[in-house]
Design a protein around this ligand. Structure first.
Ligand code: COA
Length: 379
């Protein structure tokens, strides 16, 4: 009897295919709604903190004061990475791409975690805490190493967002910037079965370790059609140069069938709710720094793409100019995405371990059959 799977021709890219059950987050692409464990992203962005959202993603409910303080303390106690990993990073070529560096160094962290292969909930949560605390340290350390500066030791009195900006830039951020960054981390934390999260579930579904699953997630996030888009948005804005060039630049780009970075989404058919916040931050930071040019350009491109193609900006569109105005180099935008998304990845990994089934779909075979082998000189 044939076991051939049904055709997937109608679901290229697995669009619309439900591949897992999850309580972590949901995207309503028609209405533009994103929820984490039942809470609307707007409510969380307005009122919550990144640490609280991590607790929510991992535990399915908001923490009480003691629980939140305990989680914060555990992050702070784990900010520092093994010196061996920092030494290893110093041997990398200084022009290495930060996402490649992050992929390799996060994997190396696993060498120094004797319990890193544990998949029971208690051990896996401890590993998730370490990884979430340390990923920002790695990103910041690479920024310092590649620019010939001293690595800044983490400050255990600071939140994840504050500590990251401190280690990255070498000085503490002003309160309003730290809050913007904290909300940006909340906004990027989870997005249901996006490509990198699906990758982490596939890897952890084999009962491989969390370090391996997160390493795979970083590899997937790096692509320009996923997390890599934010860097490319800023490159595009710089390539266009000024607002008066937008029309002619877009005419040409669309004629050449170029994808406009930061625009369009596989699920949202209306405004991505995360873009609503990042648009506001791009403007707020532009006003603060006395440079609204990037915000104004972005707004015009947004309007043109809506008028011409009926397409909306996604999370990467306004995060680009917001991060740029926070003095973050373009190729660090995507590693920063990972600093946040690790919370969603680890949430999904914990969920996968908790009710595991190996993820093993079928492919529809469209090749030939019944060919007969011919020797090499007879071909
Ligand atoms: N700019 C111009 N045209 C776009 C576009 C964009 N950003 N995104 C999609 N389109 C067009 C495609 O060219 C295609 O047109 P066609 O039917 O004439 O060939 C149509 O819209 C469908 O595109 P497709 O790539 O199949 O849709 P998708 O749902 O798979 O795309 C993305 C989702 C996100 C991959 C896509 O919109 C994209 O590449 N955006 C830019 C990259 C980006 O910002 N990624 C971050 C996502 S959070």
């Amino acid at each position: 009897m044939s076991t051939a799977p049904e055709s997937t021709a109608a679901t290229a890219g697995l669009r619309g295919v439900v591949a897992a059950q999850s309580k972590i987050g949901d995207v309503d692409g028609e209405k533009g709604i994103l929820i984490y464990q039942g809470y609307d992203i707007h409510d969380l962005a307005e009122n919550s903190t990144f640490e609280e959202v991590i607790y929510l993603l991992w535990n399915g409910r908001l923490p009480k004061t003691g629980e939140l303080n305990d989680l914060k303390k555990q992050f702070q106690a784990n900010y520092a990475v093994p010196l061996e990993v920092l030494e290893m990073m110093k041997t990398f070529p200084k022009d290495a791409n930060p996402m490649d560096v992050l992929r390799t160094s996060i994997s190396a962290l696993g060498f120094y975690d004797p319990n890193g292969h544990g998949t029971d909930r208690e051990t896996a949560v401890k590993t998730a805490i370490k990884l979430t605390a340390q990923i920002g340290t790695l990103v910041a350390a690479w920024e310092r190493i590649r620019s010939g500066k001293e690595v800044v030791a983490p400050d255990a009195s600071l939140s994840v967002a504050e500590n990251f900006l401190y280690m990255f830039r070498g000085e503490k951020a002003e309160e309003d910037e730290a809050r913007i960054f904290d909300v940006a981390l909340i906004l990027h934390a989870d997005h249901e079965l996006n490509a990198s999260t699906f990758t982490t579930r596939v890897i952890s579904g084999t009962l491989a370790d969390i370090y391996g699953a997160v390493t795979g997630g970083i590899a997937a996030l790096a692509g320009p059609l996923h997390g890599g888009a934010n860097t490319n948005v800023m490159k595009m804005l710089k390539e266009i140069g000024s607002e008066d060039q937008i029309d002619s630049w877009l005419d040409k780009a669309l004629e050449e069938k170029r994808k406009i970075m930061g625009i369009g989404h596989a699920v949202y058919k209306t405004e991505d709710p995360r873009a609503t916040w990042l648009r506001k931050f791009s403007k707020q930071l532009g006003e603060k720094k006395g440079d609204l040019s990037w915000f104004n350009m972005s707004q015009k491109i947004e309007k043109e793409m809506l008028d011409r193609k009926g397409m909306y900006p996604n999370v990467d569109f306004y995060s680009a100019s917001a991060y740029y105005l926070m003095d973050i180099p373009l190729d660090q935008f995507t590693p920063i995405f990972a600093v946040s998304r690790i919370s969603g990845w680890t949430g999904h990994i914990l969920e996968q371990y908790g009710n595991n089934k190996l993820i093993r779909p079928r492919a529809e075979y469209i090749g030939e059959r019944d060919l007969k082998y011919t020797s090499i000189d007879g071909r």
